[in-house]
Write a protein that binds this ligand. Structure first.
Ligand code: UGC
Ligand code: NI
Length: 167
């Protein structure tokens, strides 16, 4: 089984797959008479196709044991999908480049507390992957409407996803 080792989640590294939702390095402005700082326009939300609309959801997700066996990835051709943790704990964002309509080698990004992700429309990704042993809630922003918004791919040879060795 091929091994994928998680790498730090950074805007630059994640750019080909979507957005990192975080205040670090984000443009912001003071609003409400100086009582609030708005970190603005952090992700590109897309919802296309017949009857498309943006959904705001909460996912209460169970954690996965590590190392993770990754046998399937998916993508949403009609919309983006954002995951923002509601508890400040790490999670894994696993994505693949598209290679002529099939997912290439996965890349796993370890999101730190304070980071969320937005998968760009049609980006191959693993389903929501909390780690660390506790159920975790996520605010999820994605697309509703008509038509099929899910394409799945089953790897003939699953990958093993693990965290980097402690320094
Ligand atoms: N099924 C669903 O709403 N969630 C998945 O798309 C996912 O990426 O977790
Ligand atoms: Ni998804």
């Amino acid at each position: 089984m091929k091994t994928v080792t998680a790498e730090p989640l950074t805007k630059h590294a994640f750019r080909p797959f979507g957005d990192v939702i975080e205040t670090e390095g984000a443009e912001s402005l003071l609003i409400n008479g100086g009582m609030c700082r708005r970190f603005n326009d952090l992700a590109r939300v897309e919802a296309v196709g017949e009857g498309a609309r943006v959904l705001v959801n909460i996912f209460r997700a169970r954690p996965y044991p590590l190392p993770l066996k990754l046998a399937i990835v998916e993508r949403h051709p009609l919309g983006s999908q954002a995951f923002v943790p509601l508890q400040p704990r790490p999670f894994l964002a696993i994505v693949c480049p598209d290679e002529a309509g099939r997912p290439g080698t996965p890349r796993a990004f370890l999101a730190q507390p304070g980071q969320g992700v937005n998968y760009a429309r049609n980006t191959w990704h693993a389903v929501l992957t909390p780690i660390g042993g506790e159920v975790q809630d996520f605010l999820v922003i994605d697309r509703g409407g008509e038509g099929s918004n899910l394409e799945e791919f089953f790897f003939a040879d699953p990958f093993e996803v693990r965290l980097p060795e402690a320094p």
